[in-house]
Design a binder for this molecule. Structure first.
Ligand code: NAD
Ligand code: GLY
Length: 372
């Protein structure tokens, strides 16, 4: 059954029939018991977090959950993309089983996208599925990863290769938690905010350009609008194509090049949002070379990404740099029969998913990467 939640400052709904759920957006939500009213009834809750976020925010969440559950357990995983793997997923199962958690146990993912993706995957598979709630604490997680039900861990050969589509019961975006976020992580989150402009809403891109100083200064109203509009766009896309049979792939603008950067550099060297930011510049350049947008559009996007504090020049991954990018991109989940599919900008505010000749992709990589 869909859950019901109390009124919050702002609410966006992911409309997926029985699996519909609200995204609550506002200040101070994390520590209010009312935020968690109406979730599936259970004896036990497990807060999964990491060693950075737990000391900052887990105690308030623990207290807010106490009226709803007889037991509120906590697990803090080590912090970082490099731990988004089988061994650390197993630690979630170890904790659940060591405490004899039953199939009604509710998992709470308190952290960024790494904790959210791992906790979601654990929830999808523990006893064949238990409910979970996303409590995202990075901007990136609030505007993207906590919403839409993609859960996964990495494999050494490819990012997010092992996972499941599994929707949370609720997403709680407490804007106050962004106050403790390092500046580099804020910028990484802005990459995913910027993404929504070129693929879906040029008026939003105009707004981001105008409000970038306010966003970088963490002005509460600017952050609230950025989170809300991003979630609205994502909700609209996911509501039409939950399991990415087509349209949802547009949310991966910048990710084909970006995932190659992340895997090629070793997970964690570049932040996911940094790789996506640079990947958007490369995908926009490819779009221009295919005649889909003009050079001025690419320059505009690049300026904004750079102003958001993100890298716009790709790293060298190997001696045969373009060859290595292409090799890594063939592993992308959008690839079909070995053909790499790119999310391209097909005119401002519109995205298309299609292949491109290898020779052109090589030109783009050579053009966009730092010299060897
Ligand atoms: P992250 O989870 O690694 O968090 C970034 C860093 O910020 C970590 O060191 C974390 O401990 C710290 N942190 C988190 N919240 C904090 C806070 N409030 N105060 C201080 N420090 C805080 O990274 P991320 O950028 O949130 O997420 C990236 C991950 O999300 C990647 O693994 C990516 O693949 C995944 N992702 C998933 C989806 C999806 O749809 N499921 C979408 C986009 C990205
Ligand atoms: N972040 C891309 C998606 O959720 O589909």
């Amino acid at each position: 059954m869909p859950s019901t939640a109390p009124t919050a400052a702002q609410r966006v709904t992911i409309a997926l029939g029985e699996r519909s759920y609200p995204i609550l957006i506002g200040p101070g939500l994390l520590g209010q018991p009312d935020t968690y009213a109406g979730l599936p009834v259970a004896a036990t809750a497990l807060i999964v977090s990491n060693t950075t976020v737990a000391p900052l925010h887990a105690e308030r969440l623990q207290r807010a959950l106490a009226p709803h559950y007889s037991r509120v357990l906590q697990l803090a995983l080590p912090d970082g993309e490099t731990y988004k793997d089988w061994a650390h997923l197993q630690r979630i199962f170890d904790t659940l089983l060591a405490h004899a958690c039953d199939r009604k146990t509710v998992l709470f993912a308190l952290g960024g996208g790494v904790v959210g993706d791992m906790t979601g995957f654990a929830a999808a598979s523990y006893m064949r599925g238990v409910p979970f709630v996303q409590v995202p604490t990075t901007l990136l997680a609030q505007v993207d990863s906590s919403v839409g039900g993609k859960t996964a861990i990495n494999h050494p050969l490819g990012k997010n290769m092992i996972g499941a589509f599994y929707q949370p019961q609720r997403v709680v975006c407490d804007l106050d938690v962004l106050g403790t976020l390092p500046a580099r992580e804020l910028s990484a989150g802005l990459a995913e905010v910027i993404k929504y402009g070129p693929i879906a809403d040029m008026a939003f891109l105009d707004w981001i350009e105008a409000q970038l100083p306010a966003l970088l200064a963490r002005q509460p109203q600017a952050l609230a609008h950025a989170v809300q509009r991003s979630c609205e766009i994502k909700a609209h896309v996911v509501g039409q194509d939950e399991r990415e049979s087509g349209l949802r792939a547009i949310l991966n603008f910048g990710h084909t090049f970006g995932h190659a950067i992340e895997a090629g550099m070793g997970y964690g060297a570049w932040l996911h949002g940094e790789a996506v930011g640079c990947g958007m510049v490369m995908a926009a350049e490819l779009s221009a070379r295919l005649g889909l947008v003009d050079a001025a559009f690419v320059a505009r996007l690049k300026r904004l990404i750079q102003a958001a504090g993100l890298p716009v020049t790709g790293p060298q991954l190997a001696e045969d740099n373009a060859g290595r990018y292409i090799e890594l991109m063939r592993l992308d989940k959008k690839s079909e029969a070995g053909e790499i599919k790119f999310v391209l900008i097909d005119g401002p505010g519109r995205a298309a998913v299609r292949g491109a000749p290898d020779a052109l992709v090589r030109e783009v990589i050579d053009h966009c990467c730092a010299p060897a």
